[in-house]
Design a binder for this molecule. Structure first.
Ligand SMILES: [Zn+2]
Length: 198
């Protein structure tokens, strides 16, 4: 008797092209074409339009089988850029969000990138509760954001790779970078799955 593969039971399609999956996470042709692009200090795999199902899978459907390929490509990008970070960390979510989901997708990705690069992952950041920012103006939003993140411990390393799932306006990265620099970081590089406004 022949048993169907788990993917055929789940009816999984590639979250990038919609074709039937022939490998873990994304299809082999999307995996071949996936490369990290670089914009200043930021690496990203593609624009949000293309990657939105990938990002959503990680958040809401526990798409952990996507993590290895994403981490591998971003780690390749870090090596190609010759950034040489000393440690990796992730943009934190509110504790209750990761508690509800069981994990923070940015941290799961960051840990895998750290493993690829043979670097320590350090959970150095935390995030305070801040009321919804949707009705605030842009200036007010970024001022609020700067107070949202804080360091949980003294930094041992000076060059950091900061990981998140999506780069939107850069406000989050700037706020976190400010906190890391205030704690003694000399350089902060970013790696995300998708960038908006591309
Ligand atoms: Zn595909």
């Amino acid at each position: 008797m022949r048993w169907p593969s788990p993917d055929s039971i789940l009816g999984s399609n590639c979250p990038l092209c919609g074709r039937e999956l022939d490998g873990p996470g994304v299809c082999s042709s999307c995996a071949r074409e996936m490369h990290a692009a670089r914009r200043h200090n930021l690496l990203y795999l593609g624009n949000y339009r293309k990657y939105k199902d990938v990002v959503r899978s990680l958040k809401y459907r526990g798409g952990r089988n996507l993590v290895p390929i994403l981490a591998q490509k971003l780690a390749e990008g870090v090596r190609a850029a010759e950034w040489r970070p000393e440690a990796v960390t992730a943009v934190p979510t509110m504790w209750w969000r990761s508690w509800l989901r069981g994990y923070n997708p940015a941290e799961v990705l960051a840990r895998e990138i750290a493993a690829e690069l043979e670097l320590p992952y350090q959970r150095v950041l935390a995030r305070r509760y801040a009321p919804s920012q949707t009705r605030r103006g842009r200036d007010e939003r970024s001022a609020v954001k700067a107070g949202v993140f804080y360091l949980r411990m003294i930094l041992k390393q000076q060059t950091w790779l900061l990981v998140d799932d999506v780069w939107t306006t850069g406000g989050t990265f700037r706020a976190v970078e400010r906190v890391l620099r205030a704690g003694g970081a000399r350089a902060v590089y970013g790696a995300v799955i998708a960038a908006r406004g591309d």
